[in-house]
Design a protein around this ligand. Structure first.
Ligand code: KG4
Ligand code: ZN
Length: 343
């Protein structure tokens, strides 16, 4: 088994994955959403303190699950990048302590690669899905990637400014809805996507590049909220503003995915991963788009869209077989991906 730990942002999670068949044997996650909600976003120092409190409790639960027999664990996997340094450090310290005390190899995992493997939790052989196109949408990232048949991952495009998830968080904050914004904005927008009361321009429409941009849209939504507030009509209009924003943000993603699909005849599958891939409007429209190109959409189960240690453990199986272990003393965290993570 691989014991994996995830603490890159505001979720403390530990999992156990079978090396032989990729079965998820144990998974527990403590989400800090409630604690950060009043601030409208993640407060790094608070996140770090909560990880320091929660990770040992989860490890204790896992130890009880194994009846204190840790002998089946053959490696410790840990998310070391990208993420909040102060949060990543909490997990890495626990991983190093376990690696040292149990004399087990340490596997450092890129969180984004972990999200990609959320598509393959409980599945060991994934060759039939490769090469695979991927849309990764989270709180910090918006990227199109290509997962090649040789298991290398190529970064095709990313956002020039804010991420998809982050723009939902900001709209929710402006409306005092709470955090994380994605599900809250989605709830307000439900059933209102055909309303034409508010219309925002689709970012980078008509441009050939596959890059994304959300800062202009985020600002347009902020101004609409401000105007409605000044006119005293925000309460009755907020659903329509959320729907117009959500629709425009999703259409932007869909237009860039379409450009990618036009150029990718050799792929049969297209996957969406990351916390924001739970978005229903996006999933439904992406499914139709992918079908138009005669390809199939892959989505992770909802519980593994947001951050979790199960995807980190699944991703680490390859590294275990390739003996891609990290030196215990020099292993460190990094707020960004490393050049060698993507080709
Ligand atoms: O992957 P994730 O759990 O954490 C990061 O690695 O960042 O993604 C969290 C992000 C947040 O910005 C959250 O608002 C967004 O995903 N999100 C959504 C939805 N559910 C979560 N965005 C849009 N629609 C959703 N249903
Ligand atoms: Zn994530």
């Amino acid at each position: 088994m691989i014991l994996s730990i995830e603490s890159s942002c505001d979720d403390s999670s530990i999992a156990l994955t079978s090396i032989e068949n990729a079965k998820l044997l144990y998974h527990f996650k403590h989400s800090q959403d409630r604690e950060h909600s009043i601030y409208g976003g993640v407060v790094p120092e608070l996140a770090s303190r909560l990880h320091a409190d929660e990770l040992p409790k989860i490890l204790q639960k896992l130890s009880e699950f194994l009846q204190n027999d840790l002998s089946g664990i053959k490696a410790i996997a840990i998310t070391t990048r990208p993420g909040l340094s102060v949060s990543l450090i909490d997990g890495l310290m626990m991983a190093k302590a376990l690696s040292l005390s149990l004399n087990l190899p340490l596997i450092c995992v890129n969180h984004l690669v972990g999200h990609i493997y959320s598509l393959f939790i409980n599945r060991i052989d994934i060759r039939e899905f490769l090469p695979l196109g991927i849309l990764l949408i989270s709180g910090g990232h918006t990227q199109i990637l290509r997962f090649n048949a040789d298991f290398s991952i190529k970064l095709i495009s990313s956002t020039l400014d804010d991420s998809f998830g982050e723009s939902f968080d900001k709209v929710a904050k402006n409306l005092n809805l709470g955090y994380p914004g994605g599900p809250l904005v989605e709830k307000e927008a439900k059933g209102l996507h055909n309303s034409t009361k508010y219309a925002f321009s689709i970012p980078l429409q008509g441009k050939k590049s596959l890059d994304f941009s959300f800062s202009g849209l985020k600002n347009a939504a902020r101004l609409a909220i401000q105007k409605a507030r000044e006119c005293g009509i925000l309460e009755q209009e907020k659903g329509e503003i959320c729907a117009a924003f959500e629709k425009t943000a999703c259409l932007h993603l869909l237009q860039k995915c379409e450009l990618f699909l036009q150029k990718s005849n050799d792929i049969s599958y297209f996957g969406i991963v990351g916390g924001a891939s739970a978005n229903v409007f996006l999933r439904e429209n992406l499914k139709n788009l992918v079908a138009k190109f005669d390809k199939k959409l892959l989505c992770a189960p909802l519980e593994f869209c947001s951050d979790n240690a199960a995807m980190i453990g699944r991703s680490a199986i390859n590294d275990f077989h390739n003996k891609k272990f990290s030196d215990l003393f020099s292993a460190n965290v990094a707020p960004k991906s490393l050049p060698q993570d993507f080709i």
